[in-house]
Design a protein around this ligand. Sequence first.
Ligand code: GNR
Ligand code: NI
Length: 168
Amino acid sequence: MALLSILEFPDSRLRTIAKAVTKVDNRIRRLIDDMFETMYEAPGIGLAATQVNEHVRVIVIDISEEKDTPLVFINPEIEVLDKELHEYEEGCLSVPGYSEEVTRPIHVRVKALNREGEAFVMEPEDLLTVCIQHEIDHLNGKLFVDYLSSIKRQRIRKKLEKEHKAKA
Ligand code: GNR
Ligand code: NI
């Protein structure tokens, strides 16, 4: 297993559209293991392959208190079931130190493959609904800051750029 480094906004690689996984093989399973290690260490409740500069449609999530309920979504597809929306304060490992309210559909159905390459369907609730949509956005090159006003987004971008320069 290996800890992977996480890309940070405004890195343009976070804007890459991830490619579908054609075969769930040991290479993908190794990526999944490394992503879990990286996510738990961060710590975070979810991680998309895009964030570790791997542009394939793979997501790992664990929203449990005990960090004992790992969930894997390969090639996830989301269907919005009704118009009901929900606001939640989101953070992101690729936008460290910032969180803002984001409004998203609450009732969705997700189809994906698990780490054995088997198809499954689920209707996530509460935080899991938010997290899955946040992670699928990453696979599509989208970040939660894209839902904010451009003023807010630019302020966050400038502050992070300053931090990155200070570190370099
Ligand atoms: O760790 C994370 N917490 C979180 C909180 C609210 C909404 C979404 C998230 S996902 C985030 C980890 C991350 O950046 N995943 O892409
Ligand atoms: Ni994120």
